[in-house]
Write a protein that binds this ligand. Structure first.
Ligand code: PLP
Length: 386
């Protein structure tokens, strides 16, 4: 029987035609009509005023952090349960992540943990900077992550940050198409939000990213930073910039993908719902991924959380599914457990440590046929009830 992959991109729309247009026109680099169109499509779909297309989500996070003033020696608050790129972008600035635990109901940065640690462990310097008491380092920003495409609870996060004059960046890598309390993800008032269009995302450019926001000045700064900080048509550069712009080739694929954002996200949600229904009677054995009432998530990945057993047992289950031709995968190991960040300041992590190894992700590509999803469900149920 054929293997069922975790997710494969659906490139059956206008992707090939738009790529051919790039080649015929010779506009293959970072100047071209598809880049402008892609930026408009992403801004509109995310509910943001503007977008800057970049070469990856990681590059977008890096440029956004620099634009928000993060620099060498600073700390940036980041939830520990995230993909390592969130922390790497901070480290690329010469800063370090200050790792905080997540809310068990959303798997996103816990606003209570954030407020508690900011209150207890920082002081306000007379020049208005927030200082981490024990290290003496400046806290320069808060990064929320919309894990699995589910928006973080932004209101209390923004309140804690704004009360101290801290900018807020959202790592919205997989969250295009999601909503929180009636607002689309790009309109949740983070200073800047960053999407990824990597090959495994719901909408892909092969690789790519976009930084969105409301403040035109800030977006212009991001654009400037990502285009080598070049001024005018001569070789004048006013600071150390980056070559982070998206190419017309990437944007051509992205435009074709954006044309199908709605059906793609609808398919992701349908797949999530089906898994949740299929395992609902196994309460106590597995639990579903978070689905809080005040959000409509983009359901980037789907699967379940093992409610019993140990890490070896969960690994055996994933291996069992793999042997049955089903691409079940593990989830992110928290950042504080990763060697490059072992010394980073860190809150207690009871939630992330109890959670990450119990997560099993299941095939959830937008083109997953219902009969393949049934095969996944039958296989998982067989192992779970054995
Ligand atoms: C939460 C999160 N942040 C950042 C990234 C990095 O995006 P990219 O792979 O486009 O650099 C990803 C990619 O999977 C992600 O899931």
């Amino acid at each position: 029987m054929a293997r069922i992959p975790l997710a494969v991109p659906d490139l059956t729309g206008n992707e090939a035609r738009y790529l051919q247009e790039c080649i015929t026109s010779t506009y293959v680099s970072s100047v071209g009509p598809f880049v402008d169109r892609f930026e408009s499509l992403v801004a509109e779909a995310s509910g943001a005023r503007g977008a800057v297309a970049v070469s990856s989500g990681t590059c977008g996070l890096h440029a956004a952090l620099v634009a928000l003033g993060v620099g060498s020696g600073d700390l940036v608050i980041v939830p520990s349960l995230t993909f390592i790129a969130s922390a790497n972008a901070v480290a690329h600035c010469g800063a370090a992540p200050w790792l905080m635990d997540v809310d068990p109901l959303t798997w996103n940065l816990d606003p209570k943990v954030l407020e508690e640690h900011l209150s207890r462990e920082t002081r306000l310097h007379q020049d208005g900077t927030v200082i981490h008491r024990s290290s003496g380092r400046r806290v320069a920003a808060v990064m929320a992550v919309h894990t699995l495409g589910l928006p973080a609870d932004m209101e209390p996060i923004l309140a804690s940050a704004r009360a101290r004059g801290l900018p807020v960046i959202a790592d919205a890598a997989a969250a295009l198409g999601s909503w929180h309390r009636g607002r689309p993800v790009g309109a949740l008032e983070a200073d800047l939000s960053v999407f990824s269009f990597n090959g495994n995302k719901t909408v892909t450019c092969g690789g790519g990213g976009a930084v969105v926001g409301e403040d035109a000045g800030l977006l212009n700064l991001v654009r400037h930073l990502t285009t080598t900080a070049r001024q005018g048509s001569h070789y004048d550069h006013d600071r150390v910039g980056f070559n982070y712009r998206m190419t017309n080739l990437q944007a051509a694929v992205g435009c074709a993908q954006m044309e199908r954002l709605e059906p793609f996200v609808a398919a992701k949600r349908r797949i999530r719902r089906r898994y949740d229904q299929a395992f609902a009677d196994l309460a106590g054995v597995v639990s579903p991924f978070p689905d809080p009432a005040d959000s409509v998530g983009a359901c980037w990945f789907s699967g379940f959380v093992m409610e019993r057993g140990d890490p070896d047992g969960v690994e055996r289950l994933r291996n069992g599914l793999q042997q049955m031709g089903i691409d079940a995968r593990p989830f992110w190991k928290p950042i504080h457990l990763q060697p490059p960040y072992r010394d980073a300041p860190c809150s207690a992590q009871p939630v992330s440590e109890a959670l990450w190894w119990r997560v099993v992700t299941l095939p959830c590509g937008t083109g997953l046929p219902p009969e393949d999803q049934e095969r996944v469900i039958l296989a998982a149920r067989k192992l779970l009830t054995a």
